[in-house]
Design a binder for this molecule. Sequence first.
Ligand SMILES: *Cc1c(COP(=O)(O)O)cnc(C)c1O
Length: 360
Amino acid sequence: MPVKKHNFSAGPSILPEYTFERCSQAVLELNEMGLSLLEISHRSDEFVDILNQTKELIKELLDVPSSHEILFIQGGASMQFCMIPYNLLPVNGKCGFVDTGTWSSKAIKEAKIFGETHVLASSDDKNYSYVPKEYNIPENLDFLHITTNNTIYGTQLKDLPKTDVTLIADMSSDIFSKPVDVSKYGLIYAGAQKNIGPSGITLVIIRKDLLGKTGRTIPSMLDYQNYIDKESMFNTPPTFAIYAMLQTLKWLKEEGGVPAMELRNETKADLLYSEIERNQMFDGVSEVEDRSLMNVTFRLKEEYKELETAFLKHCERRLISGIKGHRSVGGFRASIYNAMNIKSVMALVHCMEEFEKANN
Ligand SMILES: *Cc1c(COP(=O)(O)O)cnc(C)c1O
């Protein structure tokens, strides 16, 4: 094996060694079948079993109620931006959004194609460094869309908006990182490549009774009902991505499930935020009360700004990968998803301490 780096990439991102080992094995040969995972039919008993196991494990780990269905859809979280209004916004309906960053904005743009779309609040005024809290939610909305974790800006929603309106949540970058009460949501979606698997697959959890009320004719591949009726197998699903997701979820269960992940994630984030606060050279980017447990954004203080490249080089020497900030925020971003070990966070903290000693 090559020397493994500390992977702070925002996505596709770190996965457990467990996943890599099981996937490598299955690519060579699945279940002593004499065949590779990559060359078997999605209709084979073996694959149908993999798909069912994945669904069952999601149900178990997130305590999904029977009112909700678990679907696997291609096209990324971005495809959900159009599927949601297509399937859930009636022809003369209204929907609401909280704009907390790039991903919300993209979802808003797509919803506008389908009908009346209201942006109830936005943190655009401060480059999305906080999560808006006090805003009015009209009761006649068909749904309210929120983004629970803002991957680019490093903010996370701590309390759900208080409303009876159907909630729809983009949980791409914090699903399975802490317990979630699925029954409170009409729909939850998450591209796999941040916390649960490789890219190519999106998990959708939908309350079934929301469907069939728009008065639209929906093309088969964009129709949630079709995915329910055909058990996510209307066409060929991404078999490898689903297998990899199953391995990651098995690992997660062995580690103690979602509550254990939350504890680990809090410990890791505490460690890193404490160093950002202590260190004379760095500042946090997002508001303290809204900062994310998954994506930690930080930057060099104004007087040290010209040392940005030097810090990135220093990190590289210490085998720390993927911490350059997104271009719309600058500075640095450390994504510390479920699979990241606390030792990697300690390595980054140590790197920041060394950099301070050398330059301050
Ligand atoms: C990465 C990300 C997306 C986009 O995901 P794709 O799978 O690339 O379409 C959407 N929302 C959030 C919160 C993300 O982190």
